[in-house]
Ligand binder design. Sequence first.
Ligand code: ZN
Ligand code: ZN
Length: 646
Amino acid sequence: MKHTRVVLNLSLRQSFVYKVPPEFSFQLKIGTKVLVPFGRQVLSGFVIEEAKGKQGRKNLKEIIKVFSDFLPLSDSLIKLGKWISDYYHCSLGQALHSIFPIQETFRIKKDEDSEKKILAAHKFTKLSSLTGKYGRNSSFLEKKKGVFLFRTGDNDNRNSFYLSLIEETLKEGKQVILITPEISHITYLQELIHSHYQGDVVILHSRLSSRQKYEEWHRISKGEVCLAIGTRLAIFAPFAKLGLIIVEEEENSAYKQIEAPRYHLREVAIKRGEIENFPVVLSTASPSLESWYLAKKGVYKTIGFYQANNKSPYISIIDMREEKDRILSLTLKEGINKNLEENQSVLLFLNRRGFANFLLCLECGKVLYCPNCNISLTFHLQGELICHYCDYQEKAPRVCPSCKGRYFRRTGLGTEQLEIEVKKRFSQAHVGRGDLDVIKSSLLYKKLRSDLTDKKINLLVGTQLIIKEEILSHMNLVGIVIADGLLNLPDFRAGEYFFHLLNKIRRLMKPQGRLVIQTYNPTHYAMEALKEEEDNFYRIESSIRKDLGYPPYLHWVRILLEGKVKTKIEKVAETMRVLLEKEKIDFLGPSSCPFARIRGKYRYHVILKNENLSYIREILDKKLSPLFSGIQGIKGIVDVDPLQTM
Ligand SMILES: [Zn+2]
Ligand SMILES: [Zn+2]
């Protein structure tokens, strides 16, 4: 190779030609990672093809360095990268850089350990009893490809299923990736696997140092390990003969990448399974609406049946319209006292996601919603109510339009405020707070956990950040102080997020305990479904989405415009509207985002809707991109299948 095309980790969707110095010409393959000069910087890139023929430019720059400790990216991983770049509208360079996230080089300690060559399958023990349970005749083991939705809320059930699948796959000489959304859960899985498997396991997550990442990647690419456990980035572990991916808690929104490439891990896992021809198991206790829908259509095969867990905590739904005390209902107060007397721990949960700037009638429970979009209208201090999808606006009423009640107000209560209230009311309790400040500091978080274990805290006030197994497992009573904050987020998935969160709390807290939900809307279908029949939630939610043209019925592509000068952004948004009105496509907006200004930047968004993603992509590339690509003072972010629209 004399000249080669290289893609870089930039949003520019193009490749660059470099000269290959003679000493590298044999090392260089398609997929090799290299360092190249770019302007005044040195950037890393991937070789994607030989640049044949005579090169026009005389002063072509040379490749500086080759990452020779690693094999080049395999054809299938390059294929996966191309798919990510097409589907999620990012550059191939960005996609390949997330597939191979090694930025620096380190010296690898050489140790020729013959132990490692022993076949992985021989390192499994005590398992034969488990394999029988799901049987060789399950459709899964026969077909060995496709997507499987595995629904269970039962830990033992789930663990034995994982182990039997993993053993089966390793026995065939293939490799396995097990993905979990939370770093804190990796240790649990690692212990589970090690209780039956003596082989090496690679752990991959974002908190590894660059050196650790380098070494782990190296071990995989050398074929020294057969099993990887990790968070999002583990999906790209460069196994040569991958035979299975298991994605835990597939509904978890942490699987959607916030920065470019904005991929969803679940979709990438499925695509990798398709390219490399192996099965992908999506495991969950409450599936995402998307997966439920695809399983119902038969695109995914369902494994196991969902059995309501008999050992599940009792749920009480409290109608706050009938309570004198607006913060803690009688039931919750009594529950707290009883648990404190019995030396049991209590969690009071307060939503702090987003903001609570919607109007709620404290007498009849009414919340004002957009007549077009079925999301709550956001209250602005000027007294306007605004829909942040379609830009519908109206004046905020002073009295409730439905019951003429006067207590029509913004809701919002901080964790600190709640902590003070609770301390006043329960002087005998040891009150603690678990919110962002605590989670951010590993020292404070560790102290919180040990205080819970030692009962130095028995009444915890916390936000969704502490909804983790290690905290919830102490809790015998959980009180959702005001469920309406979650249910009325200005996001069409508000109901689904609520449903998953409450399901998770119920699953992780003490099974003999009690979950008290305080709300002004006790008949909301998500709430009723939690108490009665879970699938009712999916049926109702999916029919609402169908009527309104929301995912999974239509694809959404969100274009977020950011910039410091408001008028400039508004002008682009307006031009976009005019252009879109001429096209045959449904769209929402342009409108300011619910978070209208972040770090001094104004934010507007447009949402394009269509069944056919490539049709949206065409309009995007030909008509819309020129309005924001490479324009000074404007940043345009394209998010395909967005999970976040705030
Ligand atoms: Zn009312
Ligand atoms: Zn609207």
